[in-house]
Design a protein around this ligand. Sequence first.
Ligand SMILES: Nc1ncnc2c1ncn2[C@@H]1O[C@H](COP(=O)(O)OP(=O)(O)OP(=O)(O)O)[C@@H](O)[C@H]1O
Length: 571
Amino acid sequence: MLADIKRFGRGMWYLTRSYWSSEEKLQAWGLLAVIVGLSLGYVYLQVLYNEWFNHYYSALQEYDWNGIVAAFKEFCILATLNIIVVVYLTYLQQMLEIKWRCWLTERYVGRWLADKAYYRMQLTDKGTDNPDQRISEDLHLFTNMSINLSLGLFRAVVTLISFVAILWQLSGVMTIPLGQQRFTIYGSMVWVAVGYSIVGTWLTHKIGKPLVKLNFEQQRYEADFRFSLVRLRENSESIALFGGEKEEQRAFMNRFQKVLGNFWEIMRRQKQLTWFTAGFGQASIFIRIMLALPRYFAKEIQLGGLMQIATAFDNVREAFSFFVDAYSQLAQWRSVVDRLTGFDKSMADTSQAADREKIERVSSPSRVLATAGLNIKLPDGRPLLEQLNLELAAGDSLLVAGPSGSGKSTLLRTLAGIWPYAAGRVAVPPDYKALFLPQKPYLPLGTLREALLYPKFTNVSAQEIREVMNLCKLDKLAGMIDKTEDWSHVLSLGEQQRIAFARVLLTKPNWLFLDEATSALDEPTERYLYSLLTERLPDITIVSVGHRNTLTSYHKKKLTLDGTGKWSLLN
Ligand SMILES: Nc1ncnc2c1ncn2[C@@H]1O[C@H](COP(=O)(O)OP(=O)(O)OP(=O)(O)O)[C@@H](O)[C@H]1O
């Protein structure tokens, strides 16, 4: 338990410190100071309201018309101030939350993308699941809960102190005769109000405790259910071709049953809790009056004093109920902090691993790409390729062949610098401008023009884009370059591969790595596109991975891998 609290404290400190000591610190602290000021103002207004009840009801009791008019005037001022304070308190609190979230999101997204951590993490770190959820949901929850809970706690404590003091004053001194003795009790109403609130909140907590876990589970079941629906959308074609609708429906309903079962549990618990809270709320209306009646009948206080006691009692009770509500959120807050610190640690580890990368990348003195003693392994340590010594001069072309799973793509990943399980030396030419084409090109959501120029949206004229598209046999699409679509779903794989070739002609790299980038094309188109490359980019060096025999004729060299570490080179 203590270790948990310590870990939570450390996590909180780590996540909070960065923003509050950042370049935005002045703004953040300034905003916080205004919010704290408004919170104090809000509590002070509640105290004034409480006194107002006294003035108003005392005037009513006395049939004092002038007193009532004065109370109305006072009420108008208090109500106006209250509205202004409540509006700005909410608005500024949300402003602080969004600024903090924005700062954290920028930082997390930046770190996730730096050193290709997003790719490496899925290879090296199995512990951090759903980084997308960490960034979108957890950062939102973290800032929201940190601000609401800490400022809420501050307000509740100040309210409690203020109204306990008021109740103490209004309680006067109570003397109870017991036989010969007389007992004097100070602040009697405080003890009753605090006792009543503690018992009530404790019972609420006892009855409502299982709801914390149940609500947490509900979120998880809902997320699982949603995820299965999203997967159907993503794999709609395969499922339609398999005719897998019945199986999918069964799987959906299985997941939905969990949502349903848990929700029934929540309803049952909620019902018990509502029995209690509704009863407790009604009882308190009665008790708060009963509490003050002895002094009222003893004519020690007036009707105004009676009403003032009643509202002070409500304020004390509300302040206590905040602790219970907050308590139920603590578990969620703690798990958010845990998840974020875990994610942070995993990003830090990944970037440290990138720093001590075992591949030595140097600049080659001539226009040659050379590997020396290159060893590539699988994540479990099995060798894929051992002691690869390869030299490729600018203008060369190399075909990488070998059985499926022998490590061809992994060799390309290593040359691109994204495979972490590799060691050795890679020398790259000084004017090295490489482009890697995978089998299924990535097409970002947006226009075709953006997809064609991804990731560097350089200024290329529409005319040039259309020309290149015509060259790549994409004339049908040349008129739609500014149309926004989910192109990866609309275009056939062959069309997507031709888009990738158009991308090559537009970005003009001098080293091109193709990983089965023509697998979906017919052989004549494949031949045409290879000849187009050498015709339009005569300086280009091509490294291709592929199974087709036809590819051999477009390359001068052939590297064959056997998947156990051995390789052979044919010139
Ligand atoms: N992220 C990963 N985690 C674990 N193993 C992996 C990972 N990526 C690839 N591998 C394994 O590495 C081996 C080589 O994969 P690679 O994709 O390089 O083969 P390939 O020769 O290109 O295969 P193919 O011809 O089928 O495309 C395979 O056994 C594969 O299962």
